[in-house]
Design a protein around this ligand. Structure first.
Ligand code: UGA
Length: 435
């Protein structure tokens, strides 16, 4: 089976490299020369643990190839995965321009071919897109009939930082097929997996993806609201979460309170689903609340700083962690931007620290960023933790006392256990910790 993966971003390269590892002949396609030449030299276009090793394995075994010649490779493929980005428009709706362009390219590429092909949408797209946009454009552009062009929607559930492991060991596979041809091809591709495989139509598969992300995002906003109550009533939300998580219907996961969710998925997907619902005359109060709570959370750590330091003007505050979460260099929709913006508005001297993400963050925010913890903390009046990097968990209290002007830690991610700083001279406050 010859498989092409269009789009060599986060979803595409992980899909390509893991399928190559499983023994399929994969060509990763992208219009950006630089990405393709990196992949060909065994360099991963994104920072993701374990990915570069798989890319190199694929190149060595000959299972993985990369190219900018989209039409040629699409025409020779049995299966094509669509993995291009689906960013947000200004009004929060999904921007389908890349999906539309790729659908046209696929249509053109297969126009003169007799070969059957299966097109699988992996990009996150709002319900009905696979049938009403992708399938429609491909059939129109190619002039071919449905019987020779299989179409399916197969959402990805990868988490950044553990994407390779998630792709190799998924907890479910959702196949939204319109026809038997695409179903047979996808069953072959995923035959090595033992997890449940769910069959449905493409629009249901699209909705499963949005519903899963929106549910998790809502869960985070909900626990953030509860944590704020715990703060007010002086109790530790982590204990409340522990008690809640013992109920298997609730589960322990995604009960971490903090400065809110970021990343390339949750904020964008919640906005896109809300917009799509609104466009069809449906209210979405839960989605509205999920987003508005998330916007307010970063304010809490700034208020904590003001309570402890008084006027913030001309104070030196270090934001520890710029990536939207640990184990990634991705700063998209990172809550660090919201925190930095608020501090800048109060004329604070803001320094950013991150082990992986300084370059991208400095470029977008304009603040000074460093990956040197000592340099970041020196003479600081306060440190706000935005990302729960392991590197921060091992910070010794003496280190802070020796370097900082005032050893104050405001923990926006509950990085440290309650009591870690007790009696050390470090003033420690955290979201959902109470007094
Ligand atoms: C998320 C989903 O978890 C994946 O299942 C999905 O495939 C992916 O989006 C996607 O649509 O591609 P990801 O964005 O990589 O994955 O990150 P998560 O680990 O879900 O974290 C998202 C944000 O929520 C982070 O900012 C994290 O700090 C925050 N979070 C997470 C919390 O604030 N509290 C929690 O308890 C968990």
């Amino acid at each position: 089976m010859r498989i092409s993966v269009i789009g060599s971003g986060y979803v595409g390269i992980v899909t390509g490299a893991t399928l190559a590892e499983a023994g399929f002949k994969i060509t990763c396609l992208d219009i950006l020369e630089e990405k393709i030449s990196d992949i060909k030299r065994g360099i991963s276009p994104i920072y993701e643990p374990g990915l570069e090793r798989l890319i190199r394995n694929g190149l060595d075994s000959g299972n993985l190839n990369a190219s900018t010649e989209l039409e040629k490779h699409i025409a020779n493929s049995d299966v094509v995965f669509v993995c291009v980005g689906t960013p947000s428009n200004e009004d929060g709706s999904i921007d389908l321009q890349y999906i539309e362009n790729v659908s046209k390219t696929i249509g053109k590429s297969i126009k003169d071919s007799e070969k059957d092909i299966v097109v699988v949408v992996k990009s996150t797209v709002v319900p009905l897109t696979t049938e009403e946009t992708v399938q429609k454009i491909i059939l129109e552009e190619s002039g071919r009939g449905r019987e020779t062009v299989g179409i399916a929607m197969n959402p990805e559930f990868l988490r950044e930082g553990s994407a390779v492991d998630d792709a190799l060991n998924p907890d479910r596979i959702v196949l939204g097929c319109t026809d038997e041809k695409s179903k047979a091809a996808l069953m072959k591709i995923y035959e090595g997996h033992t997890c449940p495989i769910m069959h449905c139509d493409p629009r249901t598969a699209e909705m499963i993806k949005y519903s899963s992300n929106s549910f998790l995002a809502a869960k985070i906003s909900f626990v953030n609201e509860l944590a704020n109550m715990c703060d007010k009533w002086n109790m530790d939300f982590e204990m409340v979460a522990e008690g809640m998580g013992m109920d298997s219907r609730i589960s322990k996961q995604f009960l971490r309170a903090g400065v809110g969710f970021g990343g390339s998925c949750f904020p964008k997907d919640v906005k896109a689903l809300r917009r799509a619902a609104k466009n069809d005359g449906l209210g979405s109060e839960m989605l509205d609340a999920t987003l508005s709570v998330n916007e307010k959370q970063p304010e809490i750590v700034v208020n904590m700083a003001r309570e402890i330091l008084g006027e913030l003007k001309n104070k030196r505050i270090v934001v520890l962690g710029l990536a939207f979460k640990a184990d990634t260099d991705d700063v998209r929709e990172s809550r660090a931007f919201n925190i930095v913006e608020k501090l800048k508005n109060e004329n604070v001297e803001v320094i950013g620290h991150d082990p992986q993400a300084t370059e991208a963050f400095a470029e977008e925010s304009g603040i000074t960023c460093t990956d040197d913890l000592e340099e970041a903390l020196r003479d600081a009046d306060c440190a706000i933790i935005q990302t729960e990097w392991n590197e921060y968990k091992s910070i010794k209290p003496e280190f802070l006392c020796n370097l900082m002007k005032k050893p104050v830690v405001i923990d926006g991610r509950r990085t440290f256990d309650n009591g870690y700083f007790a009696g050390t001279g470090v003033e420690y406050v955290a979201i959902g910790l109470g007094n």
